[in-house]
Design a protein around this ligand. Structure first.
Ligand code: NDP
Length: 332
């Protein structure tokens, strides 16, 4: 019998509590043996609430324990240092997005994982959604024909509970680029099967983020083959569902409610303006992230989103931010 993959959680976060702890426990062959958080009393409570055997305040102490893999979900500015320490300690890493706050750090992570033959994956879970898998299939199979236009609208009203560092802390990479742009970039790279090579952007603030930090952006981006996308992202959209549209020469597809943590949403195929629902079964994407990751640690296949994939989405987000700051189109 093979031994379970023993996970250590770096960061006593909401995303771990709501999605990743249940996901890890739902996949046979995986167990959670430790959690780390910055505040002693809080991490002890967190460990107790989630029935995790050991709690640490120090990342190094967690890494010195017998965990095989870590899931890093503390605030953004800590991701790279924790991932680099974990890889140096010989642990496989599933990191939250953004994988790092600089390209230099992200490149070090990718190189270290490669050098040490460890799995580095980033939790862009949307690739695991049946909606996005179907969109990719529609592009791949030629059902849509040659693509002529793409639109994405990742607009939400950011819940009060998710504000704080995400809307106020420049140090933690507050704003939409490291929160929403990285997800859209990864999702579109996956669906289109190619990466964006140019980007322009304009930001704004609608009062959800602190003054001086954007809470909305309109991005225009183009891939090497010439597919052009308009991407709108906002923390201040209260009355709409997130959406994606792919327009091809043979058909268009309209996807609604598909850019969230919860599985769900709908896809409609449109030919000649007639829309038809595409039947879909929805499934939680996070167990898929864990399944593919655990298999990759056994040398079977690749993670859903590799370190290289995470680096590409980070590269896009940083280019979009620099395009907004400079008012220039940026080549990627
Ligand atoms: P949280 O705000 O819940 O947690 C982030 C960190 O903040 C924790 O690790 C903890 O630090 C600290 N913290 C949280 N709550 C408290 C509290 N009550 N008192 C004191 N400190 C607290 O963040 P999220 O779970 O929303 O996001 C974590 C990461 O996951 C981010 O990088 C985000 O981008 C990513 N994310 C990814 C999603 C996905 O679907 N892929 C979805 C949502 C988030 P410490 O551990 O050091 O104690």
């Amino acid at each position: 019998m093979t031994k379970n993959l023993r996970w250590g959680l770096v960061g006593a976060s909401k995303i771990a509590a709501e999605w990743l702890i249940p996901a890890i426990r739902s996949v046979p062959g995986n167990e959670i043996s430790a959690v780390q958080g910055g505040d002693g009393r809080r991490v002890d409570d967190y460990a107790r609430t989630h029935c995790i055997e050991r709690a640490f305040t120090s990342v190094d102490d967690l890494l010195a324990s017998d965990v095989d893999a870590v899931y890093i979900s503390n605030t953004n500015e800590k991701h790279a240092d924790c991932a680099i320490a974990a890889l140096n300690a010989g642990k496989h890493v599933l990191g939250e997005k953004p994988m790092a706050m600089s390209l230099e750090d992200a490149e070090v992570m990718v190189a270290l994982a490669r050098e040490r033959a460890l799995v580095l994956a980033i939790n862009h879970h949307l690739r695991g959604m049946n909606t996005h898998r179907k969109l990719r299939e529609l592009v791949d199979s030629g059902t849509l024909g040659e693509l002529v236009a793409v639109r994405a609208m990742f607009g939400v009203l950011l819940p009060e509970a998710n504000r704080g560092w995400r809307t106020e802390s420049a140090e933690a990479g507050a704003g939409v680029f490291f929160d929403l742009t990285v997800h859209d970039a990864d999702t579109l790279h996956y669906i289109l099967g190619e990466k964006f090579t140019r980007v322009a952007a304009i930001t704004w603030n609608n009062g959800v983020s602190a003054p001086g930090i954007e809470d909305g952006v309109a991005i225009v981006a183009q891939t090497a083959s010439g597919v052009t996308a308009q991407i709108t992202e906002s923390f201040a959209v209260e009355h709409a569902r997130t959406s994606l549209e792919l327009h091809g020469k043979k058909a268009s597809v309209f996807a609604e409610g598909v850019l969230l943590q919860r599985p769900g949403g709908s896809l409609q195929l449109s030919v000649g303006g007639e829309r038809k629902e595409i039947p879909l079964e929805h499934e939680n994407a996070y167990p898929r992230v864990i399944e593919a990751f655990a298999a990759a640690t056994r040398g079977e296949g690749r993670p859903l989103v590799s370190g290289e994939d995470g680096l590409a989405s980070l590269r896009f987000a940083i280019a979009a931010r620099s395009a907004a700051e400079s008012g220039q189109t940026v080549s990627i």
